[in-house]
Design a protein around this ligand. Structure first.
Ligand code: FES
Ligand code: FES
Length: 173
């Protein structure tokens, strides 16, 4: 049987058509086949978050996704966060707050934080207080504890967590 498939991914706004072994993960498709090495391979097992990208606007561990199953998806990687020369506000905040040391976890932290803030804006159930939800108000502001909880899938071996949380707080609603 043919163990290769042809698929299309929309990566950072560009349509890319690839023919890949069916076992290729999205992470390997990005890194090995598209030359986008921002997403990192930390554990390759869904445990560290270094490979986090946005898939149709939602954060996902790209090491756990088979590329063939994402045919037609829209992916955003850390390379796609800035608009031309203008950094994404979270990238600027990470710089401002010194929220990285070796930087290995940073692309995943950034993509995860972008996705997380999107979830917060959606009024994710764990975020909207019941009273605010009843009153039809928006979600409560994100505090440091909530940010830590929501970012707990992204590990940092350098222990830059306090600065990462500060940077996200700067941008969070
Ligand atoms: Fe994907 Fe660690 S490399 S979660
Ligand atoms: Fe080194 Fe996070 S900055 S792993």
């Amino acid at each position: 049987p043919d163990d290769r498939s042809t698929l299309t991914l929309h990566v950072n706004g560009t349509e890319r058509t690839l023919t890949l072994d069916n076992r290729t993960t999205v992470l390997d498709a990005l890194r090995e086949h598209l030359g986008l090495t921002g997403a990192k391979k930390g554990c390759d097992h869904g445990q560290c978050g270094a490979c986090t990208v946005l898939v149709d606007g939602r954060r996902a561990n790209s090491c756990l996704l088979l590329a063939v199953a994402q045919d037609g998806a829209r992916l955003t990687t850390v390379e796609g966060l800035a608009e031309g020369e203008r950094l994404h506000p979270l990238q600027a905040a990470f710089l401002e707050r010194d929220a990285l040391q070796c930087g290995y976890c940073t692309p995943g932290q950034l993509c995860s934080a972008v996705g997380m803030l999107g979830e917060a804006q959606d009024g994710h159930p764990s975020h909207a207080t019941p009273r605010a939800a009843l009153a039809g108000q928006g979600p409560a502001p994100l505090g440091a504890d909530e940010i830590r909880e929501r970012m707990s899938g992204n590990l940092c071996r350098c222990g830059a967590y306090p600065h990462i949380v500060q940077a996200i707080e700067d941008v969070a609603p």
